[in-house]
Design a protein around this ligand. Structure first.
Ligand code: 3PG
Length: 229
């Protein structure tokens, strides 16, 4: 993707949209058992969510990431807070890096690994720092706790060049409201893969949740322009 010396504003995170390829709902998965990973990714993909973020929050994370990537799904590493995690994630087959906050060291490691980095922000000052470092695709976290759609609108207004991926506290209903905002290019969250459903292997249920979420794309709800009188 972009090299470590490429400081052109905005070039460092546009790659995330290329990797996600128009997918606007990304499940955030925290797995206790790597054997759950591929059936879970398969259920989500069948429901229309073919891109997943696997958080590096458990001992199973890298094995889960490796299994999902080897099975051909587009998987990235989330909760990447230290630069040394980037190489581990890349070796496991990660296609992108997500973090709850912004770190220059993680940004450089991601650039060296050739992976798009989606850093997290929660305030105007953090957005300014990320923009100064060349990032204009940002995770807004924790979105619901910050004030939901109203908070995204307020934080987006001074930064017309920035587009956001809100995560944190999003559900099947609110994801539609976030995706309707021009400043939002995607949303992420764990609601399509609840822990209890993962633990019991309730893949059909997860597939149903994924179908509802993937139907949240606003463009699918709008009638074609050509039919307007
Ligand atoms: C994340 O890292 O994006 C969040 O943990 C997801 O938040 P959620 O579990 O509230 O969806």
């Amino acid at each position: 993707m972009n090299g470590p010396d490429d400081n052109t504003p905005g070039t460092r995170t546009r790659g995330i949209e290329d990797v996600w390829a128009g997918v606007s709902v990304v499940p955030v998965l925290t797995l206790a058992d790597p054997s759950q990973a591929v059936p879970l990714a398969r259920a989500l993909a069948r429901g229309g969510l073919p891109v997943v973020e696997i958080t590096l929050r458990t001992g199973a994370s890298l094995d889960a990431l490796e299994a999902v990537a080897a099975a051909g799904f587009v998987a990235g590493a989330g909760t990447v807070t230290r630069p040394e995690q980037v190489a581990l994630a890349a070796a496991a087959g990660a296609r992108f890096i997500v973090a709850p906050g912004f770190s220059r060291a993680v940004a450089e490691a991601a650039a060296e690994a050739g992976l798009p980095y989606l850093p997290g922000v929660a305030t105007a000052t953090e957005i300014m720092r990320a923009v100064e470092a060349g990032f204009d695709r940002l995770k807004l976290f924790p979105a619901a706790q910050l004030g939901g759609v109203a908070a995204v609108k307020a934080l987006a207004a001074p930064f017309p060049q920035v587009r956001f991926c809100p995560t944190g506290g999003i559900d099947a209903t609110s994801c539609r409201d976030y995706l309707a905002l021009p400043a939002v290019f995607a949303v992420g969250g764990s609601w399509t893969a609840p822990n209890a459903a993962i633990a019991t292997g309730a893949w059909a249920h997860i597939g149903s949740l994924a179908r509802i979420a993937s139907g949240a794309l606003p463009s699918r709800e709008e009638p074609p322009m050509s039919r307007a009188p």
